[in-house]
Design a protein around this ligand. Structure first.
Ligand SMILES: Cc1cc2nc3c(=O)[nH]c(=O)nc-3n(C[C@H](O)[C@H](O)[C@H](O)COP(=O)(O)OP(=O)(O)OC[C@H]3O[C@@H](n4cnc5c(N)ncnc54)[C@H](O)[C@@H]3O)c2cc1C
Length: 323
């Protein structure tokens, strides 16, 4: 059986791993401690937060078929949230997601999906690949100079700017991938020993340094502890990537309090995660990037607009392009 290395074990890498495991002997390489990438859950005992992807849609038949077994076993559930659109501090529209297009979440956390998909795969975690080297076949080198090989195919599923640091100059699609720009996001996590009423479970916000507020604990299967998940706007994140984290927390708490009309600065837990590459800046779509001469390929959510379903579809499209 031919050998394939997949770099990254977010949903794109896990999809490839699961759908190709009967055709290739696959090893996934992941710099983090566990699989999942931006399908992430942060445990800050006694609280837990989805600090990456918040929910996802399943608009294509292929993705629906892929997640169906997870829906059946309760690892994915529909989130029937009360949704609001807020402009500045003012609610301008409310929607009931129970009677709208289904939005799904992993249960009890978004990362449950990744844990399930990772079960039967060979994933080398805590392994950051820094160099790809091709003799007759591919060898991968990690940050501690350990060498892994020999692979017939290598697939990168990293965010586009990170993929460019690995893909060699003679990779056929480098110029195309350079077009993709991704932006940052701060994820503010707030845990409370006492709940307070909020008119919505999820809100998209415009004209603010905040782009999203969710009552994380109102998602299905999250337990009883009251938690809020707040995302900064793209602009605020890009302008404050190097700002002292306590200042960022204070500012985002202040903005959140104004929107909610309730002081959240007294939360029992306040912490922030900074995502350098959270989403695409644009919604361009790209065909799969498979270089058959080099036997090197790249995919990821950024090929299809930067969402969970895009990550899955980009992997699926790449599989077709390998034939
Ligand atoms: C704050 C935030 C909110 C979001 N909200 C939503 C939402 O509500 N709905 C939605 O559909 N999508 C949302 N998204 C986007 C969604 O999370 C992504 O589209 C999807 O999870 C991307 O999957 P991926 O496999 O393409 O990339 P990733 O999940 O980024 O996977 C790439 C993996 O590569 C690993 N890696 C990177 N460099 C190396 C290296 N050198 N060596 C080894 N491993 C490496 C990373 O650790 C990571 O695990 C959100 C993302 C963020 C950050």
């Amino acid at each position: 059986m031919k050998k394939m290395a997949i770099i990254g074990s977010g949903l794109s890498g896990l999809t490839l791993g699961n759908l190709l495991k009967d055709r290739f002997a696959i090893t996934l390489f992941e710099k983090a401690r566990s699989a999942g990438g931006r399908l992430a859950t942060r445990i800050a005992a006694p609280y837990a937060f989805d600090h990456g992807a918040q929910y996802f849609t399943a608009r294509t038949r292929a993705f629906h078929k892929f997640i169906e077994p997870l829906i059946k076993c309760g690892l994915i559930k529909q989130w029937t949230a009360r949704h609001a659109r807020i402009d500045g501090n003012k609610i301008i529209e409310c929607t009931d997601w129970a009677i709208d297009e289904p939005r799904y979440v992993g249960v009890p956390g978004m990362n449950s999906i990744a844990r399930h998909l990772a079960q039967h795969l060979d994933i080398k975690t805590n392994t950051r690949i820094v160099l790809l080297n091709r003799q007759k076949k591919w060898r991968l080198i990690d940050e501690h100079d350990s060498l892994y090989g020999d692979f017939d195919w290598v697939i990168s599923t990293l965010p586009a700017p990170q993929a460019l640091t690995l893909l060699p100059e003679n990779f056929a699609y480098r110029t195309k991938i350079k077009e993709v720009s991704m932006h940052g996001c701060f994820a503010l996590m707030l845990g409370f020993s006492k709940s307070f009423p909020i008119e919505f479970d999820a809100a998209h916000i415009t004209h603010s340094d905040i782009s999203w507020i969710a009552v994380n604990s109102n998602k299905p299967g999250r337990g009883n502890l009251f938690t809020l998940m707040v995302h900064s706007s793209q602009r605020y994140a890009e302008e404050n990537l190097t700002t002292d984290r306590q200042k960022v927390i204070n500012h985002l708490c202040h903005q959140t309090s104004q929107i909610l009309g309730h002081d959240v600065s007294n939360a029992d837990l306040k912490t922030v995660h900074s995502w350098r590459y959270a989403n695409n800046s644009n919604r361009d779509t790209y065909p799969p990037f498979a270089d058959h001469d080099l036997k090197l390929a790249a995919c990821g959510d950024w090929c299809l607009g930067g969402r969970v379903e895009g990550a899955f579809t980009s992997a699926l499209n790449l599989i077709d392009a390998l034939d």
